[in-house]
Write a protein that binds this ligand. Structure first.
Ligand SMILES: Cc1cc2nc3c(=O)[nH]c(=O)nc-3n(C[C@H](O)[C@H](O)[C@H](O)COP(=O)(O)O)c2cc1C
Length: 400
């Protein structure tokens, strides 16, 4: 029998502790053996009985319980992943300074597996230099610290500090666990990813669009967070949940996408243009709905060129050494067209895939060849878009 991966779910004393119940469910239902280690403060929010019942394992807080099993070292030593959600400002400080005054802090010191923190707190606490320095220390040591989401906090205030959606924290855990790497390779890197498909309006109700769902770009964003990157996702007309730890900028048209990508790229180490950006847009925008006129043929729609964002980013790198990745969706002569596009655009990597009405767009899978400017070609077999995303990051990481 294959042993289930062992996950330690650390829960510290934030109001979002109740959301960790959902994360626990996702972990257990997907075949993980979860041991919950709550702090004493967190038991004010969710009781020990909930953790034991949901996990099917004892949930201890102090090092003085079941001492014969030496839990203060055993739990950390045997874990495949430790995730702390929510992580309080206090817990981040303790972890950064190596304090060990309860079972969770002891576990963090004895763990030799990947560690993920999902902080949640009021904006002031998050932005305080003490917290920011603790986060930087933990990241430098190899922990994945997920940026909190922006939104409603405890009470009436709104701002950065919300715990991301438990489903999305689960996604980060899944990717970190699958890689099993203790030192994430994109730590300290800012990556900008465009995703989705632009819409070019004809009038207030109609647009020219394309079939891109954004799933490949979102898979790139999720996997980049799990590899420690700071991620800006420029999302054009997608209907997908915000990935945990990602700064999502929503755009509609190619012109808006260009503006958002250029702004974010100013301090980016990597730019990945996975969005399907319209080559043309209607020359004129009708302020009111275009009407059908009796007995008249419709007027042809004149188009003008949109800016070529990939070529522009590739030619004017905002930073020396910035790696630029493009995508080519082709229906015919896929590889030949891809090679020509790589030369024309001047990017470092071009991910070429064959598309069709029911192929690639909207699907969970993809198959591609990654062409590099040095002539290397890597075929990625048909599989989940996340698997392709991981290969793209492998190739980016060696070029950084
Ligand atoms: C109602 C309430 C909500 C709290 N929410 C948070 C929170 O979201 N994030 C945080 O960092 N601290 C929060 N705190 C403060 C922590 O509970 C406090 O710092 C505690 O010492 C944390 O202990 P622990 O890190 O050992 O769990 C909250 C306190 C109370 C009373």
């Amino acid at each position: 029998m294959v042993e289930k991966p062992k996950v330690v779910l650390g829960v510290s004393g934030g109001i979002a502790a109740y959301k960790a119940c959902e994360l626990l469910r996702r972990l257990t239902e997907s075949g993980h053996d979860v041991r919950v280690v709550p702090t004493a403060a967190s038991l004010n929010f969710v009781g020990e009985a909930t953790w034991s019942a949901l996990s099917g394992n004892p949930a201890s807080t102090e090092v003085w319980e079941s001492v014969h099993e030496v839990p203060h070292v055993r739990i950390g030593q045997s874990a495949d992943l430790v995730v702390v959600a929510p992580a309080t400002a206090d817990m981040l400080a303790k972890a950064a300074h190596g304090l060990a005054d309860d079972l969770l802090t002891n576990t963090l010191l004895t763990a030799r597996c990947p560690v993920v923190f999902a902080p949640a707190m009021h904006t002031e606490m998050w932005e305080h230099p003490a917290t920011q320095e603790n986060v930087a220390t933990l990241r430098r040591r190899g922990a994945v610290v997920i940026e909190p989401a922006v939104g409603r906090l405890t009470g009436k205030d709104t701002g950065k500090g919300r715990l991301p959606d438990p489903d999305e924290i689960f996604e980060v855990c899944r990717h970190v666990l699958a890689r099993g790497v203790v030192e994430p390779d994109l730590v300290g890197r800012h990556v900008v990813i465009s995703a989705g498909g632009t819409r070019e309006p004809l009038d207030p109700v109609r647009f020219l669009g394309n079939r891109s769902s954004g799933k490949q770009g979102y898979a790139l964003a999720r996997t980049a967070v799990a590899r420690g990157a700071r991620v800006t996702l420029v999302s054009a007309n997608t209907a997908l949940a915000d990935p945990a730890g990602v700064d999502v900028v929503r755009v509609g048209t190619a012109v808006q996408l260009r503006e958002a990508v250029l702004k974010a790229a100013a301090d980016a180490d990597v730019v990945v243009m996975a969005a399907a950006v319209a080559d043309f847009r209607p020359a004129e925008y009708a302020g009111g709905k275009i009407k059908k006129k009796d007995g008249q043929d419709p007027a042809p729609v004149a188009l003008v060129r949109n800016p070529d964002v990939l070529a522009e980013i590739s030619a004017d790198r905002a930073r020396a050494g910035q790696v630029v990745v493009g995508f080519a969706a082709e229906t015919d002569d896929v590889l030949a067209n891809g090679r020509a596009k790589l030369t024309r655009k001047g990017c470092d990597l071009l991910v070429v895939n064959e598309v069709g009405e029911a192929r690639t767009f909207g699907s969970e899978e993809n198959e591609a060849v990654i062409l590099a400017s040095d002539g290397a070609e890597t075929a990625v077999p048909y599989g989940p878009k996340e698997a392709l995303a991981e290969v793209i990051w492998d190739q980016v990481a060696v070029r950084l």
